[in-house]
Ligand binder design. Structure first.
Ligand SMILES: O=P(O)(O)OC[C@H]1O[C@H](OP(=O)(O)OP(=O)(O)O)[C@H](O)[C@@H]1O
Ligand SMILES: NC(=O)CC[C@H](N)C(=O)O
Ligand SMILES: [Mg+2]
Length: 499
């Protein structure tokens, strides 16, 4: 779930870009990069957080009134500085591109590029496939008189050829800034605008929270399959979105996006409160009478407060987060994830000692966080611990840009709820029902169609059997601590049962 931005305005854009990328840091911690253009491309990218990668000496060199940027959470290819985005290509015109998502017909696209255009991507990052497909479609146009129709035509062919999830931003040197998404619009992308005395500044970003920091006004979502082009005269051109079904990623609302972002017209924080409230019935039906509801910081907060309100039990912040630790789930190795979880959270003993505690998190994916939290709460003297997930069990790999491609890593794909309860040593585990989530996010409630593939195994892009095998092998080959990863769940958890 990388974060992407693109800016086009009358003055240098790099300062705004750094603010925008920092606001998207929660979407990717592996690498960061920016490309700008004045009379040539200026590119700087590297491993680490935005603050670590961009020092004043780099920022000084990133000149230009147009630029694109990226924070990476590796989901295809190695976690390596050569694969950090943006990528650039010099022909035609000079293109620089960033994307969020995953291409799922990797081999077909690579084969076609090679056979038809003699293009050989340099790396295993799937962005190259989108970029070279678009570049190849563009270069057959009349390059002396390139029109917006030509650009949108190349986008449309790219969308037909490249399958999967992708929200992209492209700089076309000497022409302008282009954004487009896959036909189902699985990943979010928004357009904003700020008026200045010198003229308007336009920005694309993965999430609207960027605009709050920069005093931009939200203009619109880049809809499923839509393309938006901002030319060098700051005229905005739209290619209409597909009328076909949409499939917005439900996990963006549950975990990935920031609480203060509005995704497809819905404030993420409010959606999380609704998810928490919806869990009340299951807590009551299970006969649980907690003394307090607590959250797992950071992403469990709004669901916890919703549940507490709905069952009339006090909410307490009883787990304190070390603000210097990032997100654990998006760390690329199991050893790294365990290390972050260990250093991240500490219980307030006085609050939980002797109490029956309902602890709410947004999700249980590999079980790394939940197991540690239950143990910490017990050591702090909690009488009983109920672990409540605002997401349903995650039973199927995500192939659209979240690094949970291997079903062996997904605890709910391998164990029943009772077994998970024993494994994390809780007194009770409660998950959101998928039917409740589907109802909350139903189309008639204005959500548009959602992708629930990780909960249901139903993939909106059609038959993906072939790709599921490919991505599992691909991710396994990039695991630094592959051996440890395989044993971390299976050695400690009970034997799997049919369910
Ligand atoms: O079952 P697991 O494999 O541990 O994955 C799920 C956990 O990971 C995420 O937290 P993370 O630390 O990434 O981010 P947060 O601070 O936003 O909650 C999520 O919020 C859960 O707490
Ligand atoms: N999470 C993402 O969107 C990652 C984008 C791309 N697949 C990469 O690994 O760089
Ligand atoms: Mg968390």
């Amino acid at each position: 779930m990388c974060g992407i931005v693109g800016f086009h305005g009358p003055d240098n854009v790099v300062a705004d870009m750094i603010v925008g990328l920092t606001a998207l840091q929660h979407r990717g911690q592996d690498a960061a990069g920016i490309a700008t253009f004045d009379d040539s491309f200026h590119l700087h990218k590297g491993q680490g957080l935005v603050n670590d990668v961009f020092k004043p000496k780099h920022v000084k060199k990133l000149k230009g009134n147009i630029g694109i940027g990226h924070v990476r959470y590796t989901t295809q290819g190695a976690n390596d500085s050569d694969l950090a985005q943006p990528f650039t290509t010099s022909y035609p015109f000079g293109l620089a591109m960033v994307h969020n998502g995953n291409v799922i017909n990797f081999r077909d696209v690579a084969k076609r590029l090679h056979e038809k255009y003699h293009v050989l991507p340099k790396t295993t990052n799937d962005l190259e496939l989108i970029m070279y497909t678009f570049a190849s479609e563009l270069r057959v146009k009349d390059l002396d008189h390139l029109s917006v129709v030509d650009i949108f035509d190349a986008v449309e062919t790219t969308q037909e050829l490249v399958k999967g999830a992708y929200a992209t931003i492209t700089m076309i040197a000497g022409h302008g800034l282009l954004a487009f998404t896959d036909p189902l619009g699985i990943r979010p992308l928004v357009l904003g605008r700020r008026d200045t005395p010198a003229g308007p500044v336009y920005a694309f970003a993965s999430e609207s929270t960027c605009f709050d920091y920069l005093d931009f006004e939200f203009v619109k979502n880049v809809g499923p399959g839509q393309a938006i082009f901002i030319d060098n005269n700051f005229q905005v051109h739209y290619k209409n979105p597909y009328a076909s079904p949409k499939a917005f990623c439900a996990f963006e609302h549950i975990y990935f996006a920031r609480e203060d972002s509005v995704i497809h017209g819905h404030l993420v924080a409010r959606e999380r409160v609704r998810l928490g409230k919806r869990l009340a019935r299951k807590v009551v039906d299970a006969g649980l009478k907690p003394d307090m509801v607590i959250d797992v910081p950071s992403s469990g907060y709004f669901a916890a407060s919703g549940l507490a309100e709905a069952i009339g039990v006090p909410y307490r912040r009883a787990l304190v987060k070390n603000n210097h630790m990032g997100r654990s789930f998006i760390v690329p190795t199991q050893a790294g994830r365990e290390d972050v979880v260990k250093k991240k959270l500490n219980p307030i003993r006085e609050f939980v000692a002797g109490k029956k505690v309902a602890v709410v998190d947004d999700s249980i994916v590999r079980g790394t966080t939940s197991r540690r939290i239950v143990r910490l709460l017990r050591e702090a003297g909690a009488a009983e611990v109920y672990f409540i997930s605002s997401a349903p069990p995650i039973v199927s790999p995500c192939i659209y840009g979240i690094d949970m491609a291997m079903s062996t890593e997904l605890i709910a794909a391998n164990y029943s709820t009772e077994e998970i309860c024993r494994y994390i040593e809780a007194d009770k585990v409660i998950y959101q029902d998928l039917s409740d989530l589907e109802e909350l996010f139903a189309e008639e409630k204005g959500h548009g169609g959602s992708c629930f593939a990780c909960f249901s195994g139903k993939y909106p892009t059609g038959d993906v059997t072939h790709y599921l095998r490919h991505i599992q092998e691909e991710r396994a080959s990039h695991r630094g601590d592959k051996k440890k990863e395989k044993t971390s769940v299976s050695a400690k958890a009970p034997e799997p049962t049919e369910h």
